[in-house]
Ligand binder design. Sequence first.
Ligand SMILES: NC(=O)c1ccc[n+]([C@@H]2O[C@H](COP(=O)([O-])OP(=O)(O)OC[C@H]3O[C@@H](n4cnc5c(N)ncnc54)[C@H](O)[C@@H]3O)[C@@H](O)[C@H]2O)c1
Length: 287
Amino acid sequence: MKIDDIKKVSVIGAGLMGRQIALNNAIYGYNTWLNDSVSDMLPAVQKWADDYLAGRVAKAKLTQEEADAAAARFHIEANLETAVRGSQLVIEAIIEKEDEKRTLFKKINNIVSPDAIIATNSSFMPSSKFIDCVNNPSRLANLHYFNPALAMKLIEVVTGAHTSEETAETLMEFARRTGKRPARVRKEIDGFIVNRVSTAVTLTALDLVSRGIASPEDIDIALENGLNYPMGPFRLMDLTGIDLSYLVLSERVANGEVIPGFELVEQKYKEGKFGRKTGCGWYSYDK
Ligand SMILES: NC(=O)c1ccc[n+]([C@@H]2O[C@H](COP(=O)([O-])OP(=O)(O)OC[C@H]3O[C@@H](n4cnc5c(N)ncnc54)[C@H](O)[C@@H]3O)[C@@H](O)[C@H]2O)c1
């Protein structure tokens, strides 16, 4: 599929990520159909989109005409078949459950043409997991947005050996045409670029704390002021949730990996100190 052939885009999953991805596409000129299996939530998604566009007009980021045009291109559709039929690019952004995603990929495969691109926004599942769900795997890739997808510029375009160069180039150009800065990831590695590098920084920081070399606060101060990180790894963990860090790291430990400093995360987890949401993590917060 070539970039200029993309006229209709479908986004499946209208949660945190999908609704923002869909509205971003509409703002940048693509007719976009957004679907979710929980149809009860769709009126709230429409209201969210209307409020967002009105807010952009109020802040003079969009003219009223631009907002109206974006609204006209943004279609919420409870029926999957209607949402997807005739689409040249389908972006999957449903919950992180492999079985659900596999079932969905098979359904999409039966609706769209064999050269329509089917991309997944998954942070953890590479598109190669779905090779056997479609009849032409060369149109599969990860199109990995960052939260909040309307604001964050980066998209990682993650390709595997099954992905054609045409698919990769089309997705890179689609990202550019929708106001983003794409980065190509040429092999399906865990964490792609950003989450992998960010995890490496976090693990190094935990190691330094566990060896008594520096406190969490001093490491945050060092990275925020020496490397201009907007937020050091401990402040970031407090924001995203130490419970999440614990779940991700404990899986790696269960797989036999030795992670120096994991015990510090485990201790916070057992004490229920998950970060901002519990009022205490590496730092204390007034609730
Ligand atoms: N949350 C993030 O920061 C983030 C960042 C990048 C990528 N991602 C990826 O995006 C995907 C979605 O994450 P999210 O945070 O938006 O999740 P979410 O839970 O907010 O939204 C998922 C939506 O999918 C819907 N859904 C579930 N099964 C469906 C189906 N079969 N058909 C249609 N809709 C279905 C749910 O009703 C829900 O509205 C995941 O694969 C995740 O890895 C998330």
